[in-house]
Each structure stands twice: as structure tokens, then as C-alpha cells.
Design a protein around this ligand. Structure first.
Ligand SMILES: Cc1ncc(COP(=O)(O)O)c(C=O)c1O
Length: 373
């Protein structure tokens, strides 16, 4: 299978270790296990002594009851049997496309977004039509344009809500309208919801899997729960046909998600309110810092994110985005991601949910760098 290089991941792979101020990272500031025990109030000694006496088998093949019910509890109407665990949300997106898309199918995907959503179906032999999210629309989809791209040949409409890199958030009303278009054409909607729950205003955004009979949601413990190190992700759907395909596919590429990852994710989900409280505090405090910086620094502008951990920042300097980001890194040690990796010129993606000090120092480095341009 031929697949295009994953531009954002290639950038991170080659540059991340050089960073002094990593403001390219998209997880809410990752925690250690020690920190997780403090946040949740769980007993560390008890956890380890109980785990270390267990034989390291595959564990629960589909995931422990506690894990599956913990994930289901993040939705409104999901049961354990509606959840399929995967290797991160990256594994979930891959798995979902592999199960749903065949050569010759059509897929409509938003852009900019995480490249998986258009490059995987393309590699699987689908004809991919791009729905461009534009700055002038606040990076929300133009529904007339969507309607013109979708037909009865459309197997999947792929969206990302909240969106990486822009932080745009589709509300229930807009999701409802997208569902109407999908339903008329009997299309699935695959919504990458890896940043769901990270809202700037109180209240969580709706999941497509709770709203639509052919809605497929992907998520993980990486961003919202700050636990990328356990590689625990999932697909949630109530659609029986999709579930059957996905479970069959899963036997071929996963077997289980691993006992340790299952235990740690279950622990975090048992205390989801406490972990979420920390995450929300970080994204809200840090976005205020970023917003003040944008307003007070010449040469930069953005559409203020409504959710997630990232923003797409445009600049008014005459320099391509890869060159901008490389020079910034070389001169200051601050790492951001080139907009061109998302098809956006003269822009970069910033991940603002890192620790406050890195964000403040990274922004200071950006200010100094921009004065030299
Ligand atoms: C939109 C989106 N989906 C999926 C992923 C993959 O996340 P993970 O595999 O760590 O759960 C990322 C990571 O950056 C992302 O931004």
C-alpha cells in the first residue's frame, strides 16, 4: 500500500528533540504515573503490588469491563459493547478506515486536519474529496459545499471535532446538519474526537456517535487525559455493521490493548472528573496567555480556538512556513509546526496546552524572532 508521508509526524520526529521550548506538542501537559496517583488520590503501592503479581497474559481481549465502561461513560448513550479499543486514536482512525473503506469508494474529508483523515482513505484506494475549512468561516465547514461534495457514492464523511490545528468547534446544530447530508446519502460520519471535552466554555461538545446511527467516534487517553504514553485509544459506535467489521479487523492487528495500559486507563477514567478539571484549567489558562500575546504582538493573527489544545497562527512576514519554523528553532529553541504541513501557507500551529513556563518562554522567543524578520 502506498501512502503519502505524514507531514506533521515527520516534522515532529525530526525536530522535537532539538526543542528547548516545545510549543508544538498537542497533548495537555503529560503526567507521570506519580502525578496521576496524586491527582486521583489512588494508592500507588497497592496499585503496583496488585499489578506486579499478575501474570502478563494478553489480558482482557476486548478490554476490561472497567475500561470499556469507563470509555462508554464519556458518551451519552454508549454501552461497553459499543467500544472497540485500539492503539491510540491514531490506531482508531486507521482501524476505522480499514474497516469501512474499499477501493473505489468516495470519502469526503475536511482540511486542514490530522492527515490520517485524508491520506489513509486515499491509500486504501478511495477517491478523496476535500472540504476546505476557511479562515473567513472561523474554520467551520461550508454546508452547501459539503452537500455538493457528498453523493450516494460517499462511504465516509471524515471530520475532526474539535479541530486540530485550528481549535474550531462544531456545535450540535451544525453536527445535526452534517448528519442530515450524510443520512440522505447513507454515509458514515467518522469524527476524530480526540480533543473532545477540552472546551473553553463550560459544557462538553456532543459526540457524533451519540447523535447519528452511522456515527463513528474515535478518541484516546493521549490529549484530554495527558496519558499518551499508554497508547490507549478507541472507536465508539452504535452501528452494528461497522462494529462487526471492526471487531473482525481487530483480531488481525491488535488482539488486545495490553494489561498495563488497560489498568492505567481504567484508573484515570475512574477519576475522570479530577483529571478533566486539571486539563480544563491548563487549556483555559494557557489560551488566555496565548490570546494576550496575539493581541499585543505585531505581525500575528488567528481565529481564537473554541476548544482543543492547538491554534493556527498566521503571520505577515514574507517567509515560507517550513523556513520560518526551522529558523525559529535554530535561533531560539522554540518549536512550532509549519502550516504547510496542513496545507496552510504563512502560518504555524502552536500547541498551547504545555506547561505554562514553556508557553511563556516560547512566546517570548517568537516575539524576539519576529522582530528580526
Ligand atoms: C486529531 C488527532 N487525531 C489523532 C491523533 C493521534 O493521537 P493518539 O494516537 O496519541 O491517541 C492526534 C495526535 O496528534 C490528533 O491530533
Amino acid at each position: 500500500m502506498e501512502i503519502r508521508p505524514f507531514q506533521v509526524e515527520e516534522w515532529m520526529n525530526s525536530e522535537e528533540e532539538k526543542a528547548k521550548y516545545n510549543i508544538a506538542e498537542t497533548c495537555v501537559d503529560s503526567v507521570s504515573l506519580d502525578e496521576l496517583f496524586v491527582i486521583t488520590g489512588e494508592d500507588k503501592e497497592k496499585f503496583f503490588s496488585s499489578f506486579s503479581s499478575r501474570r502478563l497474559t494478553y489480558g482482557h481481549i476486548k478490554g476490561s469491563h472497567e475500561l470499556l465502561s469507563g470509555i462508554a461513560s464519556l458518551y451519552e448513550g454508549m454501552n461497553e459493547s459499543d467500544v472497540i479499543t485500539t492503539h491510540g486514536a491514531a490506531g482508531a482512525n486507521y482501524h476505522a478506515f480499514l474497516s469501512l473503506v474499499s477501493p473505489g469508494d468516495e470519502v469526503v474529508s475536511v482540511m486542514p486536519t490530522y492527515q490520517q483523515l485524508y491520506s489513509i482513505p486515499e491509500a486504501l484506494g478511495a477517491k478523496v474529496k476535500i472540504l476546505r475549512l476557511r479562515k473567513e468561516n472561523g474554520y467551520l465547514p461550508d454546508l452547501n459545499e459539503l452537500e455538493s461534495l457528498v453523493s450516494e457514492k460517499t462511504k465516509v464523511i471524515a471530520i475532526n471535532n474539535p479541530n486540530n490545528p485550528t481549535g474550531a468547534l462544531m456545535d450540535e446544530d451544525m453536527l445535526g446538519k452534517i448528519i442530515e447530508i450524510a443520512r440522505k446519502n447513507d454515509s458514515y460520519i467518522l469524527s476524530d474526537e480526540v480533543y473532545r471535552h477540552l472546551t473553553q466554555e463550560d459544557g462538553y461538545s456532543k459526540s457524533i456517535a451519540d447523535m447519528y446511527e452511522k456515527g463513528v467516534s474515535t478518541g484516546s487517553m493521549s490529549k484530554v487525559f495527558s496519558l499518551a504514553g499508554i497508547r490507549m485509544g478507541w472507536i465508539a459506535t452504535k452501528n452494528e455493521e461497522a462494529k462487526k467489521e471492526m471487531l473482525s479487523e481487530r483480531d488481525y492487528n491488535l488482539i488486545s490493548s495490553g494489561m498495563f495500559d488497560d489498568e492505567v486507563a481504567s484508573l484515570a477514567l475512574r477519576h475522570k472528573e479530577k483529571v478533566l478539571e486539571r486539563s480544563l484549567k491548563i487549556v483555559r489558562t494557557n489560551l488566555e496567555i496565548l490570546d494576550k500575546w496575539i493581541k499585543s504582538t505585531e505581525g500575528f493573527n488567528y481565529v481564537k480556538p473554541k476548544a482543543g489544545t492547538t491554534a493556527l497562527v498566521h503571520y505577515s512576514f514574507d517567509i515560507p512556513s517550513y523556513e520560518f519554523c526551522r529558523k525559529l528553532l535554530e535561533k531560539t529553541g522554540a518549536l512550532v509546526t509549519p502550516g504547510d504541513a496542513f496545507g496552510e501557507e504563512t502560518a504555524f500551529r502552536i500547541g498551547y496546552a504545555c506547561d505554562k513556563k514553556s508557553l511563556e518562554e516560547g512566546l517570548k522567543a517568537l516575539s524576539e524572532f519576529s522582530q528580526e524578520l
